[in-house]
Design a protein around this ligand. Structure first.
Ligand code: G4P
Length: 564
């Protein structure tokens, strides 16, 4: 039987010895992970801070921002984050709340880094869509919502900034329903907005929570709880005749209008529990956290290829062996150490310090020793002894681990499906102006390609000597590559943008490309190969790509093709 070890950061002197890597059920049941998706400026940083504050992980709100600032001064790459006020690298924050182990997965909000966000979502089992209540749905929320939908993630919705003039809650519900075809189910309902935002009705208990602003910035908000049915006290406490009547009216209306909460549909991402509040003033934050703990899903399994059966199989969290997949890699987190880290989402079993694992892409059956894993809190890392399903650990990456790889114990090979990328929309040649720097330039580029920071393309017949082309989702990704080449590898680089805006992988293969080319169908289209030598076509506009896809069906054009 498995040795039960409480907490994920136990510091016993002797490493645990076990004969079996199955995770104790209690550790699985108490874990909740959450990725927050939002349009920039909706308050994700603030919300993260407040969740940590209520989770007791921070003494005072403001520390996440400070941390980001401290971190930024550690390296110039991070300085870019600070200058632009954007979050480039996603991180994971662990904290304990009551009996729950919460894993908060930060996701970059800027659209140029949606690829990173996408990968973080591959590791998450729950998502929170954070909206600015004055703005409703925004472009980036739309894009990220699509990813959640593809993964059928349970999606919670929090309308933030209710302390400012906001859209009517009904209007927000309609927007989500009309645009996403997603039904919302209000759990918290707001009482007023702007200066008149008094608090929320908890519809699950019919208790009204009326807040007082925190005395000091960063402190917790005072709260008074009044049952909805105690109208005398309620009226006196709300102290606003109009809002009081509106609340009673809304409460009644919602009972009639709204479909009952259906956890099965929530789990499939078909119904979204809806919350209102203000992260800045803390209104509704703790209530959200409480509800999320009880309603959010515990770590889920993943479908995987298992060689023994040669078919897909569900690997659940209580599978007897350790399995996990890599969803992000990063080099030079600490410039002093030149380290490389791979972020592993544990899917099943127990990670133990010093355990030996197999690697899905290794043909030789070589075992890797996971001597050191790290819990991640921003760029602060502490060594951990044991981790369970739903956790994310950072392991040293000798260079063999890439995004999408699976690590596992036991005799049977397990391979989780790769993580698809967004189709690139920006293309540019990159070169080093100083021939003497070529070696460092290559090394830097290769490492950044391993991280998946950008993709590389070459011209059709180039066997390695031709110009190197980079492909990315957003322009900022290029700028990060250049900044990192300079700061981490001390090489200058020159980029020349290319006038293409869309890439399509040719699943029909090279033969199909030759045919289309011979028939003169690829005029004005750049024919390239990716890192694996597979054909990729670059188009100048959507229209051209759509017409080629329609007329030359044998090409079998795809926005992305999973690496071999
Ligand atoms: P992001 O990570 O999603 O980009 O958003 P962030 O938390 O940085 O918040 C963006 C701005 O919105 C910040 O203001 C923040 O204080 C404010 N904000 C966040 N939550 C709330 C809320 O519930 N109510 C109100 N009124 N404002 C909120 P800023 O002026 O850019 O920064 P700061 O001067 O407040 O630090």
């Amino acid at each position: 039987t498995a040795t039960a070890i409480s907490g994920s950061s136990s510091t016993e002197d002797t490493p645990p010895v076990s004969t079996n890597y199955q995770a104790p059920q209690i550790e699985i049941d108490r874990r909740r992970n959450l990725a927050i998706i939002s349009h920039p400026d909706s308050g994700k940083t603030t919300m993260t801070e407040k969740l940590l504050l209520y989770g007791g992980a921070l003494q005072q709100a403001g520390a996440v921002r400070q941390k980001a600032e401290q971190r930024a001064t550690q390296s110039d790459f991070m300085e870019m984050e600070q200058e632009r006020g954007i979050s480039i690298s996603s991180t994971v924050m662990n904290f304990e709340y009551q009996d729950f182990g919460i894993r908060l997965m930060d996701t970059p909000g800027h659209q140029d880094f949606s690829e990173d966000t996408y990968r973080a979502l591959a590791a998450a089992d729950n998502a929170l869509m954070l909206l600015d209540a004055a703005k409703g749905l925004e472009p980036q929320t739309r894009k990220l919502f699509e990813v959640c939908r593809m993964r059928r993630l349970p999606l919670f919705t929090f309308c933030n900034k209710m302390d400012r003039p906001a859209l009517s809650p009904y209007e927000i519900m309609d927007q989500i329903e009309d645009e996403f075809g997603l039904e919302t189910h209000p759990i918290l309902w707001p009482i007023g907005d702007g200066d008149r935002f008094k608090g929320v009705l908890d519809r699950t208990t019919n208790v009204v929570h009326l807040y007082q602003k925190a005395e000091k910035r960063g402190g917790k908000a005072g709260v008074q709880e009044v049952p909805l049915e105690d109208t005398v006290t309620l009226k006196a406490t709300i102290d606003d005749e109009e809002l009081f009547h509106k609340l009673l009216e809304d409460a009644e209306l919602l009972e009639e209008l709204i479909n009952p909460l259906d956890m099965e549909r929530v789990m499939k991402g078909e119904q979204s529990p809806l919350f209102f509040g203000s992260a800045m003033t803390n209104f509704g934050v703790q209530l959200f956290l409480d509800k999320f703990c009880s309603m959010g899903t515990k770590p889920m399994g993943r479908m995987a290829d298992t060689k023994s059966e040669n078919e897909e199989e569900m690997i659940g969290p209580n599978h007897e062996e350790f399995t996990g997949f890599i969803f992000k890699t990063q080099a030079n987190l600490d410039p002093k150490h030149r380290d490389r880290l791979a972020y592993v989402r544990v899917v099943s079993g127990r990670y133990e310090k010093g355990m030996k694992v197999s690697h899905s892409r290794s043909k030789s059956g070589k075992k890797y020793n996971l001597a050191q894993a790290q819990a991640l809190f921003g760029s602060d890392r502490s060594s951990i002894e044991v981790a369970y399903p739903g956790d994310v650990i950072g392991i040293n990456n000798p260079g063999n681990f890439a995004i999408g790889d699976t690590l596992f114990t036991g005799g049977a090979r397990v391979a989780f499906p790769g993580i698809p990328s967004f189709s690139p929309e920006k293309f540019a040649y990159i070169r080093s102006p100083n021939p003497s720097d070529y070696k460092s330039f290559r090394k830097g580029i290769d490492q950044l390609l391993d991280e998946g920071a950008v993709q590389a393309l070459r011209q059709r017949n180039d066997d390695g000597g031709g110009p190197l082309m980079l492909a990315a989702v957003g322009q900022l990704q290029f700028e990060v590559v250049q900044a990192r080449l300079k700061n981490e590898y001390n090489v200058e680089s020159i980029m020349e943008p290319l006038n293409y805006s869309l890439a399509r992988w040719v699943d029909g293969g090279w033969e199909a490309v030759e045919k289309a080319d011979a028939d003169g169908k690829l005029f004005g289209i750049m024919i390239c190969q990716d890192r694996w030598g597979r054909p990729v076509l670059l188009f100048r506009n959507d229209w051209k790509a759509a017409s080629v896809a329609e007329e030359e069906k044998y090409l079998d054009l795809k926005p992305w093709s999973t690496p071999p």
